[in-house]
Design a protein around this ligand. Structure first.
Ligand code: NDP
Length: 296
């Protein structure tokens, strides 16, 4: 069997197009421009790349974009004061603090200082609680993007066996909540899981969010299963030349694609969907803030 490749890049482009349409309507019919403020503390190279590409795509769909770049030594008080200002600014509908933060800053404290209605990453404790209890919330972008691809591919997920490998607050746990919300039978695996291969083998849906290059081999995959690879790992690629590197996911792509029914590539799978969902969440936040109907 050769798996269908789920093209996250193309899907994300359609999501961004829809977002651009909503933005245009909000401007025309209501004179409102949705706006996203991104806060970056320090100079982590990967974070700089993410923030730049988030800003570029925000502008491309017609929204306002603000980037607040603060030095690595910024104090907690100064960062919290900026968040307070953004919370109070009516032109700002979404606030994203790029993680990880430098060690001296308390991530939980900072994230929970964001107004929940503007928390487009969905990490605020209120949004986590709302999601966990099946109420209207802001849904974390990466798992939301994965769910959209799964729904698009399968239609209904009801009754499917789903295994999520990874239990982080930003990917694994909210992913499991979303799959449960769609009536999957959900298992969350992690570093202490016994016989992970056997656990994964029974899954109709495997979501790998581990951070270990190509950890999941094809012989863990049930024939015909759908594999969503969240991992983004940079590894050495001497075949491309000295000092070169390439991106790989958390699953061994070739061996998994030989067994799976469908699979997301890395790059070009989950990554682009994450940013598209961030833009969609910002429009949702803007509609809610203005008492307007939300896009579907
Ligand atoms: P974390 O490091 O926060 O969590 C990793 C999880 O994997 C932990 O729950 C850990 O278990 C588990 N784990 C580690 N080793 C093993 C193992 N050998 N067997 C089973 N489980 C294991 O990572 P994130 O959730 O933040 O990210 C996961 C991956 O997704 C990374 O590659 C990251 O770069 C990528 N990512 C991609 C995004 C995108 O847009 N595509 C967005 C966010 C992340 P334990 O809890 O027991 O330690």
């Amino acid at each position: 069997m050769t798996a269908t490749v789920i093209d996250g890049k193309a899907f994300a482009a359609t999501v961004r197009e829809k977002v651009a349409g909503h933005v245009a309507r909000l401007k025309e019919e209501h004179g409102i421009t949705p706006g996203l403020a991104v806060v970056l503390v320090g100079e982590d190279p990967a974070s700089q790349v993410y923030v730049r590409s988030k800003g570029k795509m925000t502008v491309e769909v017609g929204m306002n974009s603000w980037e607040h770049k603060l030095p690595a030594e910024t104090s907690e008080a100064d960062l919290l004061a900026l968040i307070e200002r953004l919370n109070a600014d009516e032109a700002v509908h979404g606030i994203l603090v790029q993680l990880p933060l430098p060690k001296h800053l308390d991530e939980d404290l900072v994230i929970n200082a964001i107004a929940p209605a503007k928390d487009v990453d969905g990490f605020h404790i209120s949004n986590v609680g709302l999601l966990g209890t099946g109420q209207k919330s802001m849904v974390p972008c990466t798992p939301l993007g994965c769910l959209m691809m799964l729904r698009d591919h399968h239609g209904s997920l009801s009754g499917m066996d789903a295994v999520v490998i990874g239990r982080s607050n930003i990917v694994g746990k909210p992913m499991a909540q979303l799959l449960l919300g769609d009536s999957c039978t959900v298992t969350i695996a992690h570093s202490r899981t016994k016989d992970l291969a056997q656990v994964v083998r029974r899954a109709d849906i495997v979501v790998a969010a581990v951070g270990r290059p190509e950890m999941v081999p094809g012989d863990w995959i049930k024939p015909g299963a759908t594999v969503i690879d969240v991992g983004i790992n940079r590894i050495d690629a001497p075949e491309k030349g000295e000092g070169k590197s390439r991106l790989v996911g958390d699953v061994a792509y070739d061996s998994c694609a030989a067994v799976a029914g469908a699979i997301t590539p890395v790059p070009g799978g989950v990554g682009p969907m994450t940013i598209a969902c961030l833009l969609a969440n910002t429009v949702t936040a803007c509609c809610r803030a203005n008492g307007l109907p939300e896009p579907e």
